[in-house]
Design a protein around this ligand. Structure first.
Ligand code: ZN
Length: 151
């Protein structure tokens, strides 16, 4: 290729089951024929982690966290799939870059009405609970009275 940006499209057709367009092009400078693919670009979502690093949003990670919090709890696989999809939608609404704390908050918000125990488990991991007062706060958010302190 000569590197010229001047070219004309000589043929266009649908590719990849309609998700892309394949174009045959002819360089106006050297007559080289070449092919380009145009693909619809989905906006990539990024998550800023607590240490400041950014990584692409991975719904599978949210699912693993939710699944582990729901272990042995009466929360169905469909409900978890739905929850993860809603979290992704929520992130997209805030996106394209969100903090990991928001990802956790969005998931927790949706987990609370599904199962209180799973919500507390999830919160303890993602919020990094350090003491009983953290659990009490989470129970308060669930509308459950904290147990009377034993001291
Ligand atoms: Zn050329």
């Amino acid at each position: 290729m000569c590197g010229s940006l001047e070219n004309r499209v000589v043929d266009s057709r649908s590719a990849d089951e309609g998700r892309a367009i394949r174009r045959r092009r002819l360089c106006a400078n050297c007559d080289l024929r070449f092919t380009t693919f145009e693909r619809l670009e989905e906006q990539t979502l990024s998550v800023v982690k607590r240490d400041g690093r950014t990584e692409p949003f991975d719904p599978a990670k949210v699912e693993v966290g939710i699944r582990s919090a729901c272990k042995g709890r009466p929360v169905g696989a469909d409900a978890i799939t739905q929850l993860v999809a809603e979290v992704e939608e929520g992130i997209r609404a805030h996106g394209p870059t969100v903090e990991s704390a928001r990802v956790g908050a969005l998931a927790l918000e949706r987990l609370r009405p599904l199962d209180g125990v799973a919500a507390v488990r999830f919160a303890s991991v993602y919020k990094g609970f350090e003491g009983p007062e953290d659990f009490e706060e989470e129970l308060r958010l669930l509308g459950i009275d904290s147990p009377t302190p034993l001291d």
